[in-house]
Design a protein around this ligand. Structure first.
Ligand code: PLP
Length: 434
């Protein structure tokens, strides 16, 4: 069966974000067929520890029957109904209210999407619309960061600063500008250059994921909040990865005591069991949209407020709360970081290590120069880890040579130790070659 699947995979399945040539020649190395807790099993019966929660999103781990039951129950009753105009459904209403309770500050209203890219494009349209309603139609530029990742729709790709992701767009959308990552000076210079009257919003991940797990330094977001207020610029926090406990708080903005004007989520809201995302907005923005717009809000996806997706989201959040998984993320994150520090002492080609909750990274550097190696080392480490039953991911662009981690929030001490010892063995194997 495995060989047959590999063959069909090569012929018919265009894989997202992958080397198509390599996939076509060698086939997918893993075809996963089941999952339990922090482990996945493939069609050859190999069991691996999922150090990435797939794409930073399977927060409550694999094989949770309760989510399957929630979906089954909702689908049996009413799988879907649209939310356009005056229609609504109970799971969407209850999830919207629950999110308002969980989100910091006065982020009390939500526009649902089916994923992070849609949440981003929705946010860019909402902020432009907001300023237009206020009689300031020129305020439309979206400022984001060079190592930021925001998705793959035309808008989200344009806001993404990591340049290799621009390969497919040919010409980027206008009115997107990138500043240096976590640099207040760069942001100030950009506002000066572009003019606050032309800027709709500043967009940031509190902890960048795809850019290599870069954690906003203490004080940065607070300063950004003050600058945005001073210049009448809206602040958008992309919490697509960081939301729902990933960093040891329900939302990463809470680490910095900052309330953005818009908060974007996806991934962890359903732990990936079903696609769902959204944009939370403050009461002030919600009020403007309600009071000033006279026609229809001509923006909505067929699946905005999908009843089954929202029912799964509600159950997922219930489990996060019932099992104290946000606190577990904080505690196991400390354990993980301690493990990284041990590895750093043992291997002279590990540079900086960092983690906030259960999102972390280790950097590869030349032992003597402490600069990047001439060729990337992280992919070799990841390969050796996979051979030993651990899935991790690498970030190797623009000088980064980094292994990143984002295990399920249910991980326990013993499993963190297992992750670290597999990494130790993988690093030792790579050290032989250096
Ligand atoms: N924003 C961030 C911070 C992300 O990490 C991602 C995906 O990894 C996205 C947006 C895009 O989300 P999606 O892949 O669900 O469209």
């Amino acid at each position: 069966v495995h060989e047959m699947l590999i063959d069909l995979d090569k012929k018919h399945f265009i894989h997202p974000t992958s080397s198509l040539k390599q996939q076509h020649e060698s086939g997918a190395p893993f075809i996963f067929s089941s999952g339990e807790g922090v482990y996945l099993t493939d069609t050859k019966g190999r069991k691996v520890l999922e150090g990435m929660s797939s794409l930073w999103n399977v927060n409550i781990g694999y094989g949770r029957k309760e989510l399957a039951e929630a979906a089954y129950e909702q689908m049996s009753k009413l799988a879907f109904t649209n939310s356009f105009s005056s229609m609504s459904n109970e799971p969407a209403i209850r999830l919207a209210a629950k999110l308002a309770e969980l989100a910091p500050g006065n982020l009390n209203a939500v526009f649902f999407t089916s994923g992070g890219s849609e949440s981003n494009d929705t946010a860019y349209k909402l902020v432009r619309y907001y300023w237009k309603l206020k009689g300031l139609p020129d305020k439309k530029k979206i400022i984001s960061q060079k190592k930021g990742y925001h998705g793959v729709n035309i808008g989200a790709t344009s806001a993404t600063g990591i340049s290799p992701f621009h390969t497919l767009t040919n010409s980027p959308a206008p009115d997107f500008v990138h500043v240096d990552t976590f640099s207040i000076d760069s942001l100030k210079a950009c506002i000066e250059k572009e003019g606050a009257d032309n800027i709709a919003a500043f967009l940031t991940e509190p902890v960048q994921g795809a850019g290599g797990v870069n954690i906003a330094p203490e004080g940065y977001l607070q300063e950004v909040r003050a600058i945005c207020d001073e210049h009448n610029i809206l602040l958008i926090a992309d919490e697509v990865i960081t939301g729902f406990g990933r960093t040891g708080k329900m939302f990463a903005c809470e680490h910095y005591s900052v309330v953005p004007d818009l908060l974007l989520f996806a991934k962890g809201v359903t732990s990936g069991y079903i696609p769902l995302g959204g944009v939370m907005v403050t009461d002030a923005i919600h009020r403007e949209l309600v009071e000033r717009s006279d026609g229809t809000l001509l923006h909505g996806y067929t699946y905005s407020g999908h009843a089954t997706a929202c029912a799964v989201g509600l159950k997922n959040i219930e489990i996060l709360e019932r099992e104290n998984l946000v606190e577990n993320s904080r505690l196991m994150g400390e354990e993980l970081l301690n493990g990284f520090k041990e590895l750093q002492m043992e291997f002279d080609f590990i540079g900086e290590v960092r983690a906030l909750g259960l999102i972390g990274a280790i950097e590869m550097v030349h032992p003597i120069t402490k600069q990047r190696f001439d060729s990337f080392i992280a992919p070799r480490v990841s390969e050796e880890a996979a051979k030993r039953g651990l899935i991790v991911r690498t970030v190797v662009f623009e000088g980064m040579d980094t292994v990143v981690f984002s295990p399920p929030l249910i991980i326990n001490k013993q499993e963190v130790q297992e992750l670290i010892s597999i990494m130790r063995a993988a690093l030792a194997a790579v050290q032989e070659e250096l």
